[in-house]
Write a protein that binds this ligand. Structure first.
Ligand SMILES: *[C@@H]1O[C@H](CO)[C@@H](O)[C@H](O)[C@H]1NC(C)=O
Ligand SMILES: *[C@@H]1O[C@H](CO)[C@@H](O)[C@H](O)[C@H]1NC(C)=O
Ligand SMILES: *[C@@H]1O[C@H](CO)[C@@H](O)[C@H](O)[C@H]1NC(C)=O
Length: 345
């Protein structure tokens, strides 16, 4: 390892020496505006390439590493903690207007590694890799013993509840007959009454609810150039009495927005009845095909480790150029991880 690091330093240092006009950049802190700007771009990229579940918002920049490539050319590696919002991925509401799901609602966290390039001052995402997981039940119960917890999306009570809710909506509406796309999340409360809370994405068909009564099988999802997606939240009481409250909203046609149907997509596009998990995994691994760098976009840990050593060497070199600090100078706060935007899981 030491030999490798020495080798990398040997290879890199002459490159810096060869560019006397540009001093090495100071190390980036996780809360530096440049890191925040990179993270914002990264989060938008991640949401743009996600097809299931909800949009995610930045909770914390865990780490940032800069790898100088040459004059006006840097590679940035970001480690991000994200939190699930209440906006479905098909929702046209911009991320900044999406409410982050509260801790008590059983939060879902996303962990992402993102590789970006800053070329002549312009940032672009080269690749991203994420996964997401729900907070542990113990964590939620400790803070809120009575809070309903996330259920598996294929739980039979959840599936029956979602079907009953959609049925209730379709039986009342004068508008389009809606079909279920996916269940987004579901929780069950057991006491004092049994309640199923379920949220699901829907799409309009070419039938009105009235026309669907004649032959529901003839009702097809609208073609892509007319597609109209929407979202429903529902509460279903089953015991002691049955009661269904449902609220559905259609977003209207959004050009360019599509929903991958089963078979078309392998990331998480399973039928609702085979989803044995509590949240849609942000199991995204995406290389930007239009990135300017021919993207060798893996995140090899050895290279990352070597890089932080190289970065430290650069930082130390930068320190030498600065005015000597007086003894007793308060040390700056640790540059990473950055501040928590919402809450810690
Ligand atoms: C988003 O929030 C801003 C500021 O609160 C508001 O002006 C804007 O209308 C909102 N946009 C949407 C689509 O809700
Ligand atoms: C919906 O589309 C299907 C397939 O194209 C067609 O058979 C059906 O008649 C259409 N229904 C209505 C109400 O237009
Ligand atoms: C939910 O899915 C998992 C994994 O696919 C499966 O093992 C389980 O039996 C399913 N549960 C129900 C109620 O369908």
């Amino acid at each position: 390892m030491k030999v490798l690091v020495a080798l990398i330093l040997l290879v890199q240092l002459p490159v810096h020496k060869a560019v006397p006009a540009a001093p090495p950049p100071p190390p980036l802190g996780c809360d530096d505006p440049e890191s925040e700007a990179a993270a914002e771009l990264a989060v938008n990229y991640i949401n743009d390439h996600s097809h299931h579940g909800y949009k995610f918002a930045l909770n914390r920049i865990e780490n940032v590493r800069v790898l100088p490539q040459g004059p006006n050319n840097q590679i940035l590696f970001l480690e991000l903690d994200l939190l699930e919002t209440k906006c479905h991925i098909l929702s046209p509401v911009p991320l900044e207007n999406c409410t982050v799901r509260s801790f008590e609602e059983h939060a879902v966290e996303g962990d992402c590694d993102v590789k970006l390039q800053k070329l002549d001052g312009k940032l672009s995402v080269l690749a991203s890799k994420c996964h997401s997981h729900a907070d542990s039940a113990e964590d939620v119960i400790r803070v809120c013993p009575d809070c309903p917890l996330l259920e598996n999306l294929n739980n039979s009570e959840v599936l029956t509840g979602a079907a009953a809710a959609l049925n209730e909506h379709n039986s009342k509406t004068a508008d389009a007959y809606l079909k279920l796309l996916e269940i987004g999340r579901a929780r069950i409360q057991f006491h004092p009454v049994r309640l199923v809370f379920v949220e699901f994405a829907v799409a309009a068909t070419n039938c009105s609810a009235e026309e669907s009564k004649a032959n529901v099988d003839a009702c097809q999802l609208l073609p892509e150039d007319e597609s109209n997606f929407g979202f429903c939240t529902a509460t279903i009481a089953t015991e002691p009495t049955t009661d269904v409250q449902v609220d559905c909203k259609l977003y209207g046609h959004q050009p360019g927005v599509s929903y991958p149907h089963p078979g078309q997509d392998t990331s998480a596009g399973l039928l609702p009845n085979v989803q044995g998990f509590t949240n849609h995994n942000l199991r995204l691994s995406h290389n930007n095909p239009v990135a300017s760098e021919s993207s060798s976009s893996e995140f090899p840990t050895s290279v990352i480790a070597a890089k932080s050593v190289a970065k430290r060497a650069v930082a130390e070199a930068a320190q030498h150029d600065k005015v000597v600090r007086p003894v007793g100078f308060a040390p700056p706060p640790p540059p990473c991880p950055g501040r928590i935007h919402y809450f810690k899981i």
